[in-house]
Design a protein around this ligand. Structure first.
Ligand code: GDP
Ligand code: MG
Length: 184
């Protein structure tokens, strides 16, 4: 009988407060969504096993609070992280700036081989508007997909747009990360 080896993958969630970091993890781990999620205090630890081709991956996830007062604790969580998901909210331009500053910090201070994914969350709040013109217009969006994608490419990040509420793109974030990490 073949027993698949379980590979552990340490992952960190970070980004501005209220962009949906905890909701993304909750969607991935329990496939559920809570409309009024209480803010994370400090950090929460969650695990999820996932099959990828012939491997079993156990994600060990530190879901950190985005608030400044917890910032000094961040190095404790990213020191051993093999991967990070840096989340922003596509309806809040400032949250992308915050995400960029997290990416800078991780690229300077974390494990040099860390795989970083940038996730633009809450795409369910973006509505297409048919104004009769050729270029599609969207309401609610403050961060154009192309702008964030270009930044991610330049910074060497995986890039996703997600909705923790509807589930769109959430699994991809974690499976694409797992594919990029050499598992021993
Ligand atoms: P965190 O502080 O980054 O962990 O954010 P939370 O996961 O606590 O979410 C903050 C708020 O945004 C909560 O009210 C969530 O219900 C809401 N939220 C999170 N993800 C989404 C999403 O994909 N779509 C929508 N519409 N709301 C979301
Ligand atoms: Mg949270």
């Amino acid at each position: 009988k073949l027993v698949a080896l379980t590979h552990k993958l340490f992952l960190l969630q970070t980004g501005e407060a209220a962009v949906g970091k905890s909701s993304l993890v909750l969607r991935f781990v329990n496939d559920e969504f809570q409309e009024n999620k209480e803010p994370t205090i400090g950090a929460a630890f969650l695990t999820q096993k996932c099959r990828l081709e012939d491997k079993v991956i156990k994600f060990e996830i530190w879901d950190t609070a985005g608030q400044e007062r917890f910032h000094s604790l961040a190095p404790m969580y990213y020191r051993n992280a093999q991967a990070a998901v840096v989340v922003y909210d596509v309806t809040k331009a400032a949250s992308l700036d915050k995400a960029k500053s997290w990416v800078k910090e991780l690229q300077r201070q974390a494990n040099p081989n860390i795989v970083i994914a940038l996730a633009g969350n809450k795409i369910d709040l973006v509505q297409p508007v048919d104004d009769g013109e050729e270029d599609p217009v969207e309401s609610g969006r403050q961060v154009p997909t192309e702008e964030a994608k270009a930044y991610a490419l330049e910074a060497g990040l995986l890039f996703f747009e997600t909705s923790a509420k509807k589930g769109d793109g959430v699994r991809d974030v974690f499976t694409e990360i797992a594919k990029k990490i050499p598992l021993e």
